[in-house]
Write a protein that binds this ligand. Sequence first.
Ligand SMILES: NC(=O)c1ccc[n+]([C@@H]2O[C@H](COP(=O)([O-])OP(=O)(O)OC[C@H]3O[C@@H](n4cnc5c(N)ncnc54)[C@H](OP(=O)(O)O)[C@@H]3O)[C@@H](O)[C@H]2O)c1
Length: 322
Amino acid sequence: MDLAGKTVLLTGGTGSFGHAFVTYVLERWPTATIRIFSRDELKQFEMEKRFDSDQLRFFIGDVRNRSRLLRAMKGSDLVVHAAAMKHVGACEYNPFEAVQTNVLGGQHVVDCAIDAGVSQVVALSTDKAVNPVNLYGATKLCAEKIITQGNNYAAQHETRLACVRYGNVVGSRGSVVPLFEKMVESGQPLTITDPRMSRFWIKLEQAVELVMYAFDNMRGGEVFVPRLPSMRVSDLAEAMAPGRQTEIVGIRPGEKLHEQMITADEARHTIQVGDVYVVLPESHEWDKGTEWSGQPMPDGFEYISGDNDWWLEAGDLAQMLS
Ligand SMILES: NC(=O)c1ccc[n+]([C@@H]2O[C@H](COP(=O)([O-])OP(=O)(O)OC[C@H]3O[C@@H](n4cnc5c(N)ncnc54)[C@H](OP(=O)(O)O)[C@@H]3O)[C@@H](O)[C@H]2O)c1
């Protein structure tokens, strides 16, 4: 996707993904404009100072507020929807809030994008949306469906919507890497929920590239899933602090031992295109004429972090973290 002269609205633009996306765009397209849409003025102030670029515009707003979102979207060519409540514990403890931000917010993104005449929307989803066991995952599953099936509302308009779905981001805010870093600094033992626990592992730049891939290839209603390596949390601890004492604290409420990225039922309507799996919409009334070409998945295919054929060992992790 060539962003020259384009305006992109980025919800949740002050977050980890937002910083990586802005860096990526500013390095490549000096005539692109990014509208950052989020609630907290301090984070926006700090981001404005950090990037010091007249290609950025800052909009204070909440995705729960439809009229504000519509105002911000007017005149945008593309939308990246990253805003979310994403902490499993916070979503469990504040369930109504999680639904408001992740589900109602997703509905507003669809509605406003259609009304503002945005041509393409890519929303960020997570492996926790697959067979969800916690409210965060359940709200992100709802959000995925709202985005992909939202194309039904857009059928007469030019707007098309799709999702990307990926696993744990190395070093994002509130993730295990900054947590382990703090424990290393303070000399505490590293707390490990279960030594068998595994996760899919992605770098922020790869997440940004996946979003760009989605803009380039979407027809509407797809979920784009990258092929990713898995890592064991115990290997991560070893990579970050070799030989350091660890403490097993048990799986927390709402956590899975292994994450799943594609279910066997989804695999029936999933194709592989290079290093990306594309979960195609099962039913769609829009763009009836357009077909995807790719490798269909074998019967019974499931994509689960614990069964992955690609693993990061402590050495790979240390290299990735550096
Ligand atoms: N990090 C991961 O490991 C991971 C993995 C897979 C998928 N994802 C998905 O990727 C997306 C971005 O994640 P991230 O790591 O960048 O999260 P993050 O660092 O926590 O950033 C979240 C962003 O959303 C904004 N936000 C939160 N609630 C909002 C609301 N109601 N209205 C408007 N803005 C709101 C926050 O700013 P304010 O608080 O100032 O509003 C912030 O800019 C999320 O959708 C997440 O589910 C993340």
